[in-house]
Ligand binder design. Sequence first.
Ligand SMILES: Cc1cc2nc3c(=O)[nH]c(=O)nc-3n(C[C@H](O)[C@H](O)[C@H](O)COP(=O)(O)O)c2cc1C
Length: 335
Amino acid sequence: MSATASFNPKAFRDALSTFTTGVTIITTRGPDGEPIGITANSFNSVSLNPPLVLWSLAKSAYSLTAFSANKHWNVHVLSTEQEALSGRFASRGEDKFAGIDLDRGINNIPLLHNCTARFQCRTAFMYEGGDHVIFVGEVLSFDKSALPPLAFQSGQYALAARKPREGVRLSSAEELAPECSYTEDLLGYLAGRAHYQLVAYLRTLLQNHKLDEHAFFVLSVLSIQDRLTLEQINRFVGYTGREVSQSMMVFLEKQRYIATELDSGETPRYALTAEGREVSLEHVALAKAVEEDLTEKLGLGDVQALKILLKRLIHATDPGLPDLWVAAPQAAISL
Ligand SMILES: Cc1cc2nc3c(=O)[nH]c(=O)nc-3n(C[C@H](O)[C@H](O)[C@H](O)COP(=O)(O)O)c2cc1C
């Protein structure tokens, strides 16, 4: 082999890591039968007939001896829910298999649960690969689930949202009127339209309960944090740009959805009644049903990717609202 190229190692790594991959855990058994496993994204397909796959293992890895000696190993293509498992099998020293449910694969090699796909292999070839050893394995058996795969790009875990072949267009018009700069690709338009179309399902249920969307937000806040003052409620729903009025609270009380607590001349605090809680639960059940329906249409992986992007969007535009899901001691959100 020719002399080593004088690449800047970090720049070389950075450039290589732009190649987006899945994430796998590869397992085997050591000489005393102990389970061995390692996170690897160097996995790749090689041949369909015969069925061959490959991956490479750092010569510095503790598991090198085990993988060199045991001809059998299993590749687990990780699902989006298995990021923590990937982290665990990428760190040295700890008992990687502690508390993990395993199946026995061919030759008693550990098989992990809840993966996107699994390949049970036997080493066909081993090659020198610089500071790595390349394992080529014959696939003896495999299975696949519907779980979306975890991705890895530029040193970070990622989700693979799909780009449909035909693209996604809302309008059939080939070209917009030249004077119109408002296009279907404006983020504000997309976010707004998505919101209204999504809550349209909720509206009928809300109408049955004589509620509008804003009243629904108030009940949702009170279902998460009880005994709030009007000012605290307003801080939580501040993102709507609409203030919750005293008369809205009076209306909700008349409907018996909320009750007022008055502690010795203090500002009133509001809490859900049993009826209010029930209505709120109905809303949550419907919201979950709508989400399930959408997941059927978009696929679980794309829904997960959409949620991450929405959270990032909300974070990037957050005017500094208090965290609704932190069980705040009253003092932290006090007046
Ligand atoms: C996403 C990801 C992919 C990795 N891919 C590989 C790989 O393909 N080959 C490798 O040798 N190490 C890879 N590693 C690093 C090993 O998982 C890590 O060095 C592990 O601690 C080795 O375990 P061992 O020393 O107990 O054998 C990867 C780590 C991560 C987080």
